[in-house]
Design a protein around this ligand. Structure first.
Ligand code: SAH
Length: 233
């Protein structure tokens, strides 16, 4: 199985606080409107069939459903999915959550999705290339796939590990394993090998003084990638 039990354990311990915007998940809450609008601008979500891989407690999944998409969220974290289900009941925003591996879902529902999202997840799995291939299998010809992850270089180590975990203490120590970070060229390689086309990159920045996140062109730490499955000829 392409999953690291220790990684899943880390998220299980925090899962009950997933929807608390002041918790360890605050960064996800804060970046969510930015990534949602970026996705929606490239692939208008209303009426689309969307799957969110590694959905966790469902911050992005629910927000995409609010835009009018039919959303499925999958993860291997049982606790996070319970929290996601409860939150969806409370908010009245329907999302189909499933405990299933991306690769298995790809075998069951290949080519059924207009949009596939996989955010802040690739840097937690043993074989990210296999997840990218599963995303490529899930999307329809002509459909969109969006990823986000952490770049691997000294600045990313300083900001995403030392800064976020040790200085600002925004994240618990050990949240991120530097070795697993993925450079944009590595991710591009995974995307192309999976038969998708890279459409564009976007950087995600955080200003610790204003505590404001923004999207920009600096992909040196946290970044997003848009990809597309070519139409079949
Ligand atoms: N994508 C969500 C959550 C990111 S947190 C968001 O951006 O808001 C990372 C998530 O990846 C956690 O929910 C964790 O359980 C999940 N995860 C880690 N390894 C996984 C794997 N191998 N398969 C599926 N999900 C995994």
């Amino acid at each position: 199985m392409n999953a690291d039990p220790l990684e899943l354990q880390k998220f299980a311990e925090l899962a009950h606080r997933w929807w608390d915007p002041t918790s360890e998940f605050r960064p996800l809450h804060e970046i969510n409107p930015l990534r949602l609008e970026w996705i929606n601008a490239r692939a208008p979500l209303a009426g689309k069939n969307v799957i969110d891989i590694g959905c966790g407690g469902g911050i992005l999944s629910e927000s995409m459903a609010r835009k009018g998409a039919t959303v499925t969220g999958i993860d291997l974290g049982e606790k996070a999915l319970k929290v996601a289900d409860l939150h969806s009941l409370e908010s009245g925003v329907q999302v189909r959550y499933k405990l299933i591996a991306a690769e298995e879902m790809a075998a069951q529902e290949a080519g059924q999705y207009d949009v596939v999202t996989c955010m802040e997840m690739l840097e937690h799995v043993p074989d990210p290339g296999a997840i990218v291939r599963a995303c490529a299998a899930l999307v329809k010809p002509g459909g969109h796939v969006f990823f986000s992850t952490l770049n691997r270089n000294p600045k990313a180590y300083l900001f995403a590990v030392i800064g976020a975990e040790y200085i600002l203490r925004m994240l618990p120590k050990g949240t991120h394993d530097y070795e697993k970070f993925i450079t944009p060229s590595e991710l591009s390689q995974f995307i192309r090998s999976a038969g998708l086309e890279v459409q564009g990159f976007k950087g995600m920045g955080y200003n610790p003084l204003t505590k404001i996140y923004s999207l920009n062109d600096d992909t040196s730490v946290n970044y997003l990638v848009a990809a597309r499955r070519p139409l079949e000829v």
